[in-house]
Structures are given as C-alpha cells and as structure tokens.
Design a protein around this ligand. Sequence first.
Ligand SMILES: *Cc1c(COP(=O)(O)O)cnc(C)c1O
Length: 470
Amino acid sequence: MTDKSNLSAIPSVDAVLAHLDERGLGAIQPRPIAVRLVREILEAERGAMIAGECRHGESDESVRAGILAEVEAEIVRSPARGLVPVINATGIVVHTNLGRAPLSAEAVASIAEIARGYSNLEYDLIRGTRGKRDYLVRDAICELTGAEDALVVNNNAAAVLLVLNTLAPGREVIVSRGELIEIGGSFRLPDVFERSGSRMVEVGTTNRTHLSDFRDAIRSSTGALLSAHWSNYSISGFVERVSLNELASLGEHFGIPVIHDLGSGILADPAKLGLSGEMTVRESVSAGVTVSTFSGDKILGGPQAGIAVGTESAISRMRANPLMRALRPGKLTLAALSATLRSYLRGEAETAVPVLSAIMAPLDSLGRRSDEMARSLASSLGDRARVSVVELEGLVGGGAAPERVIPSRGVQIEPRCGVSAGSVTSTMLTASPAVVARTHEDRVIVDLRTVYESQDTAVVAALLCAFEEE
Ligand SMILES: *Cc1c(COP(=O)(O)O)cnc(C)c1O
C-alpha cells in the first residue's frame, strides 16, 4: 500500500533546526553536522513514505511530531557527536564497547596536566639530552611484575604483533590448537601471526595438548613457542593443557623463546578480586617465559595500552624493531599508565583504580543502593511497572576472565503499561548521559556494580523519563 499524501507534512531542514534550537538541542552538534544529519533523516523518512513503509493514514500533525521526535533522538545519539560519557548499568566491569577501564582520579589529573603543556616525553632531564619515552614507565612495570625489562605499545594486539615480528620473523611459532583465539573486534591470533611474518604451527587438539606435542613439532625453523590466555571462552571436560612452567622449560632446553599472551594483565591479588586461579603477570614472568604481553585497560584498570615484559635481551630487541615507531603510545597514554602504576606501587590500587573497586564493591552496599532505587522507582511508576531488587551475576568482561561471574545486585523493572522493556532501554540511550542497561525476558535490568553511587539519581531519572515518553 502506498500513501504519499503525507509527504507535504515533512518539515523543512530549517524548520527542524529551529525546533532543535527551541528544545535546547541546537548546540549538541556543530551546525554543519546537524544540517547534514537532519537532511539524512528527512530523506530517509521521505524514502520510507514513498515506499509505503511508514506513517500510513496518520494526520499531517502526527507525521510532523513523529519526525521531530525521531530527529531529537537521533541527533542526541549520533556518533557524530564524538565521544560522550555514558552510564554503564550492564554490570560488565571491563566493557570493551563502553571504553573498558574508567581511569583513576590521579590518572585523569595526570592526563590533564601533561596535555596542557610540554613534558619530558623524550627528554632526559638528568643529561639535558634526548631521552626515550619507554623509560617513563619501565621501572614501575618491572617493580610490579618482577620482569627484567618492559615496554609499552598501543594495545595488546600490537604487543603480540611486535613480539612475533621481533622474535620469530619468517620462522615457525608453535601454538596449541586449543588456544587459537579470536576475541571481539576481530582480533584473531592466526591473522596476527600471518601479518607478523611468522608461520603458525598448530599442535594438539582443541581440548587436549601435551608437552610432547610441542616437543615433537620443534625443528630448526622454530622461532618461538606461544601460549595464549583463554580470554573469552572456556573448555571443560576431557581437557589437558601444557602448563606455562613446562612450556618455559621446554623453550629453555631448546634455546627457543616462549611467548605468553596473558590478555588481561593482573597486577593485583586475584583472590581478593574473586579471580583465584587467574594468573598474574608476576606469575607469568616467574614461570620463566621470555616475553609476556597484556592489556593496560582490562583488569589492570589503566588506559588502552599493550605492555610487554620479559628478558632484557628480548625486550631490547623489540624496542629496536622499526615497527615500534608505528606502535608506540602517545604521551597521554603514558601519563595515565604511569599514574595508574603509581597507585599499585603505593598499595592503593584497590581503592584508587575504578576497575578494582568495582570488582570488589561489597554486595551489601549494592543491595542498599538497589533498595533505595527500587523504592524511588516504584513510588514514581506506580502500576505502570513492577519494580524489584534482584540478585544478578555481573561479569569482569572485556575478554578478561570469561567464566568469572561476580555476584551483584540491581533493580528489575517489568513494564505493565503496554511498553516493552526494549523500548525503555532504547529511550534511556537518549538521556544525557545515556544509560546503557540490559533487558531480560521483557524486563529492564539495572546492575549497580558498574554504576557509580553518584550516578544513581541519573539512572532513576533516565528510567522515569523513558516511561514518560512512551
Ligand atoms: C584482549 C586480548 C588481546 C587484545 O588486547 P587489546 O589490548 O584489546 O589489543 C589479545 N590477546 C588476548 C588473550 C586478549 O584477551
């Protein structure tokens, strides 16, 4: 069915812009971008009307109102705004889509201070000559991990690329079939191998790999042995893995470097984080691995960065690799990383680093906040929704510790007024800041583990507003 009669109800670009100004939304995007977005939305609307896909039989007034509401929602949520803060009500602490680790106050202050002016990024203040940016965090990393040497690149994928390209270019790298990982955002270990110039040799099977599988595959062309953390999956049942100690001894025996991709770099005590059994960076180093690599913005709780620690000879070769220039971190990253590491060195990380304090937030305080939030929502929503406090299972997330759930508390909102939970969460994304919540069986789930206490009122406001709009 085609209904073109409403085409004339589509407002002009100028009329829409004037409406946005009236609603106080005119400055949300720079004008040229707003014009472009509005034009795109109106064109899409016109196309859909011509195709008979929407707004049949609506009055001109309702067509116009519908379009204006749509523009408002789109312009607030458009990625063209650039980065905007959001409230993470998912309970996933290291959420890659939401920017992974929130930084400590000290890291944020350090970024601001360094960003504002000049710094000793590559200037040696002792000699008054050119220095190296690596050395700004090396001592701290070595102290915290027990490694001989350390370097920093843009992310862990870069660290893996650099270590393979440095230690095993044109050579074979032996890896267990059980560890050929793909993590989110299309980081596939085999693809990185290929780009690094080394050749992958798979040994063992998906569920079982023995030390002898590695030993039997070693040839004169072997460049390295590699072990990678199962960051985002687990295998259980009839399973055998080669321990890192065994792999390190094998490498040492044959004079072949051993690389360990830890994924998440844990510097804190895993038991305190409820992550007993997860390997720390220090344990990886002391197993005798040549180079261990990990992310700066997973459980470590710092900025996006890749850190490689290991023997002095391996790390200095990596530092001399021309690729280093392409992979090196910027000064703001180093400022934040250095500040984050200082919190660890002072023994204050558990309170200062938000990822750690979120993982360790006690259930009773989350429960108390959930009670308060539920009470306030219930009294405002009345019979439009059933509100209750629920026990939840949060996640460390971010390809950090896959099967590790953290018991959590939050609020469940079951709409009762013909509104779907999905439309409520979608409208919550138009709040400022946007609130990202989950849905489950047509209920909105707000997990407070990842919400700062200071954000509780904003979450309530976004929820109420979403119900008002429906
Ligand atoms: C997360 C992860 C990576 C990639 O790290 P980025 O810092 O995101 O580049 C590589 N390997 C493993 C095992 C991981 O968990």
